[in-house]
Design a protein around this ligand. Structure first.
Ligand SMILES: [Zn+2]
Length: 135
C-alpha cells in the first residue's frame, strides 16, 4: 500500500517533503481527503435524487435511474475509502513528525528514502537530530 501509484495530485511522502516540506504536504493531503469527503456527500445526494426520480416514472426511466443509482453508489464508496485512506495516512505520518530530541513539529529535511522498507530518514532543521518515519 505504501508504494502504490498515487494520484498525481497527491505526491508521495518523500517527494512531497523534498518539494514542499512536510507541513505543506500534510496540508495538501488533508485538503485532498476532504475533497473526497465532499464527493462522498455529493454522491449521497445523487443516490437520493435517483430514488426520488424513480417515483412514478416509466420503466425505461426507472432503468436509467437504477443505473445512475449504481454509479453514484460506486463513486460514493470509492470516495469514502479514499477519504479515509488519505486522512488516516496523513495522521499516521503526522504522529511521527515530531523531532525526538527537541519536539519541533514537522520541520525536517529529507535525508534518504528507503522504498523497500517504506521508510524515510529525516533530519530536524532546528537541532540536526535524525530519525526514521515509516509510511
Ligand atoms: Zn530537533
Amino acid at each position: 500500500m505504501a508504494n502504490e501509484p498515487r494520484n498525481p495530485l497527491n505526491l508521495g511522502l518523500a517527494e512531497g517533503v523534498r518539494q514542499l516540506g512536510f507541513r505543506k504536504w500534510y496540508e495538501r493531503e488533508l485538503l485532498s481527503s476532504h475533497a473526497h469527503l465532499l464527493l462522498t456527500i455529493l454522491s449521497a445526494v445523487g443516490l437520493l435524487g435517483t430514488l426520488e426520480a424513480m417515483d412514478g416514472s416509466s420503466a425505461q426511466l426507472k432503468l436509467v435511474n437504477a443505473v445512475l443509482f449504481i454509479i453514484s453508489a460506486a463513486i460514493g464508496v470509492w470516495a469514502l475509502r479514499r477519504y479515509l485512506y488519505l486522512l488516516m495516512h496523513a495522521e499516521d505520518l503526522a504522529n511521527q513528525a515530531n523531532c525526538p530530541s527537541c519536539a519541533t513539529y514537522g520541520k525536517f529535511s529529507l535525508l534518504s528514502d528507503n522504498k523497500r522498507d517504506s521508510q524515510i530518514k529525516v533530519c530536524c532543521r532546528r537541532c540536526n537530530q535524525s530519525w526514521d518515519i515509516n509510511y
